[in-house]
Design a protein around this ligand. Structure first.
Ligand code: NCD
Length: 310
């Protein structure tokens, strides 16, 4: 079984590490649906420390901890309600909060903030998204979703479309999936392409990929299509948003004439790039994907505390 001290990114996760996490997560279905009571982490406290808005990530971390019998303390808006507002540094905040809990799930606007927090923390840091860098728990829940929807992680054509430059979810997903036998197609508005450091890892691992602008054609050949929003708040020139927001919109007409089932995913929230007319399509997995977030976060907490469920 993989041993983890902190979870800052998927860059160094092997195929085996990912498979270990998925196995634990799959075993926690009944606990995470509340059908089976668990006391696995009843003596543990998780702190959620979020410097950026969140719906799914923070609440599913908290749900996962509570489903495992653990307790949660939370700062949902650290920028304005913690001492960060008074100017406290991240290292000082971490060296304070780690006195109150056994693990910290943190979201921060700075790329690399999770590594910094980990270097100061007495307790495990779980990166819940750091700037445009990584979102490893999202990457793992996305991989779990693909595995559950497709029954395998090998032999798949995976299309990613949208703002691949600023989206940390697709960074982590690409890094994690590049341990498997997949083929990537990346589609983004000009200037919003996948970052070179991600492509370097993909190339180093010998994973085939292409970059195209033809979404219709890519969907015809895809097993999985992963759509992401334009990260408006991360653009250097906010004026760019209005210009590019409609470049790629995934709607039901793109699936016309596609005979095999395509798995459609999105990290959410969606803000126009994924039409609601896709929701009734059997391959639309994005709300099932959100439950997998509870499974993965519960599995990671169990692994970090070295308390594997029976
Ligand atoms: C994402 C995030 O914050 O990185 N949301 C999420 O965790 N599901 C993506 C986003 O905000 O667009």
């Amino acid at each position: 079984m993989v041993t983890l001290k902190h979870i800052t990114g998927l860059k160094d996760f092997s195929r085996r590490d990912i498979e270990d996490v998925l196995e634990v997560a799959i075993g926690l279905e009944d606990v995470c649906w509340g059908k089976k009571v668990s006391k696995l982490l009843e003596d543990k406290v998780l702190a959620t420390l979020f410097y950026e808005p969140s719906t799914r990530t923070r609440l599913s971390f908290e749900a996962a901890m509570q489903r495992l019998g653990g307790k949660v303390i939370s700062v949902a808006d650290a920028k304005s309600t913690s001492s960060a507002w008074k100017g406290e540094s991240l290292p000082d905040t971490i060296r304070t909060i780690d006195n109150y809990c056994d693990a910290i799930a943190m979201r921060h606007p700075g790329s690399g903030a999770a590594e910094i927090a980990a270097s100061y923390s007495r307790v495990p840091i779980l990166n819940a998204g750091d700037g445009t860098n990584e979102h490893p728990t999202q990457g793992l829940l996305d991989i779990l979703t693909i595995r559950k929807e497709r029954g395998t992680l090998d032999g798949l054509k995976v299309v990613m479309v949208g703002d691949l430059k600023h989206t940390r979810s697709t960074n982590s997903l690409t890094l994690g999936l590049s341990n498997f036998d997949v083929k990537f197609t990346f589609i983004s508005p000009s200037g919003f392409e996948t970052s070179p450091w991600i492509l370097d890892v993909v190339k180093k691992r010998g994973v085939p990929y292409s970059q195209t602008t033809d979404l219709k054609q890519a969907v015809q050949e895809a097993d999985v299509v992963y759509i992401c929003r334009i990260q408006k708040e991360r653009l250097e020139d906010p004026g760019d948003y209005e210009k590019i927001k409609g470049t790629y919109v995934f709607n039901r007409s793109l699936l016309e004439g596609v005979t095999k089932l395509v798995t459609v995913m999105h990290h959410l929230p969606r803000v126009g790039e994924l039409s609601e007319d896709v929701d009734s399509y059997p391959g639309a997995a994005y709300f099932r994907q959100t439950f997998n977030g509870v499974l993965i976060r519960a599995a990671l907490l169990a692994i970090l505390f070295n308390r594997l469920p029976e």
